[in-house]
Design a protein around this ligand. Sequence first.
Ligand code: SAH
Length: 219
Amino acid sequence: MIQARQGIGMTSRRTRQRMIQRLKQQGIMNPAVLEAMAQVPRHVFVEEALASRAYEDTALPIGFGQTISQPFTVARMTELAVGNRSPGKVLEVGTGSGYQTAVLAHLATTVYTVERIEALQKKARLRLYDLKIYNVKYDHSDGGWGWSKHAPFDAIVVTAAAPEIPEALLQQMALGGVMVIPVGDGRDQVLKRIVRSAEGCEVENIERVKFVPLMAGRG
Ligand code: SAH
């Protein structure tokens, strides 16, 4: 058992580098995002039985009917949300495995992450703690309401699809802030980027995506 774990440890840096090369080929350009993804060991965010598949460009189950997003999606959302800035406060809706949280924590001063399924968030919190990632605050709640106590946020990343952009999240964007959110129903979802300026909010459609749905209430 211990040997198997060491095996993954030894090869994971190399397979992670391959994942980074693939992300570059897929068009991810931001060096800070690529570096953050090179730092975070994705295999600790999936069940041990799936660890050998952690660096494939695929979504994987994390329990409770939820999935860890594929690496390209995490890279793309992070790149869109962060741009060329180093954001102060980032709100993440949908902690899930905590993988995207860890990537964001490498780039932001503080990440505020909200998850409705308590057991998932507990696991994620332990993983990040083990990785010595301490600049994350956790809330077990319905993230569709944001986290008003810590608003406004420089970036908001929503990792579950909403039927429409939640008003509460728009309210919690800082001036110059960016939100990245999949919008739509099960089959027909579009990733949107919203930029808030003094004139209002500008909404841009990025690409078609497939996310689990944003659910109302706590799980
Ligand atoms: N970023 C995650 C992706 C997890 S999938 C990762 O990298 O692993 C989306 C997550 O959003 C699930 O864990 C799901 O439970 C959560 N979720 C769905 N609706 C939610 C809501 N209203 N508030 C908070 N979390 C929500």
